[in-house]
Write a protein that binds this ligand. Structure first.
Ligand code: ADE
Length: 245
């Protein structure tokens, strides 16, 4: 997979080299190219923005530097992505979809945004990482990249790590514990020490479903639960009700 970033703050993306995506680059599973948008300007001041037509506050990123950059970078069937609060909400299924693409190009906006003619002509996906406004697309693009690259086969150490995460099955992850068995008077749930893999599997599934029911009940509406899953969730709810009385 090859990823290209167009930004006016290329240093911002250095952090990517430190974490998982950096390891993926080292392993040769990912090619990461960060480009300074100003490389595609031709004036002395390397201007990338201008005042908005129609007036109003702020500046708009000019179309020409993006246009020229994309002539070079948006090749070989690349998918061009703009992180923006006006985009389609980012979810795990969308991360999975993007992980199947061979080339992604991220355009990072700043100020009031990017001239709409670039969006109309060159952009395949506008994606929002949440209902809040960041000061630029860089952080959004980094979030997208992190979620996507960890799905590339071979990037995560343990083959099952991505499969068992929150959202991969459509529900939240179960709680996790490590040594010591007792910390500050709190014991690790007994079942996890039992060595009984079937009991542990059922406990984890029940915790996942129960947490989803408590914290994000709307996620359950989209799921068709199996008989076992329905039973475990019903048990969880019953236990909660008993605890609360
Ligand atoms: N850029 C600014 N805010 C954003 C958001 N919420 N999601 C994606 N990109 C953004």
């Amino acid at each position: 997979m090859r990823l290209d970033y167009l930004t006016i703050f290329p240093d911002y993306l250095d952090a990517l080299r430190l974490s998982l995506p950096g390891k993926a680059v080292e392993k040769g599973l990912l090619e990461l190219h960060v480009h300074d948008l100003r490389s595609w300007t031709h004036d002395r001041h390397r201007t990338v923005d201008d005042t908005p037509y129609g007036g109003g506050a702020g500046m708009v990123l000019k179309p020409e530097p993006f246009g020229e950059a994309l002539d070079e970078l948006a090749v070989d069937g690349a998918t061009v992505v703009v992180p923006t609060p006006a985009g389609r909400p980012f979810t795990q299924p969308l991360a999975r979809e993007l992980a199947t693409r061979e080339r992604l190009v991220f355009l990072c906006g700043r100020y009031e945004g990017i001239d709409e003619r670039i969006i109309d002509r060159c952009v395949d996906e506008e994606i929002s990482i949440g209902d809040y406004v960041l000061s630029g697309g860089e952080l959004g693009a980094m979030v997208l990249l992190d979620a996507v690259t960890r799905l590339i086969p071979g990037v995560l150490g343990h083959a099952d790590s991505a499969v068992e995460d929150s959202f991969s099955a459509g529900w939240l992850d179960c709680p996790h514990y490590t040594r010591p068995e007792e910390f500050d008077g709190q014991r690790v749930p007994e079942v996890l020490l039992s060595g009984n893999h079937e009991r542990i599997r059922r406990w984890r599934l029940k915790q996942s479903l129960g947490r989803t029911w408590q914290r994000r009940p709307e996620l359950l509406e989209d799921l068709e639960l199996s008989k076992e899953q329905q039973q475990l969730l019903a048990e969880y709810i019953r236990e909660q009700e008993t605890d609360n009385h």
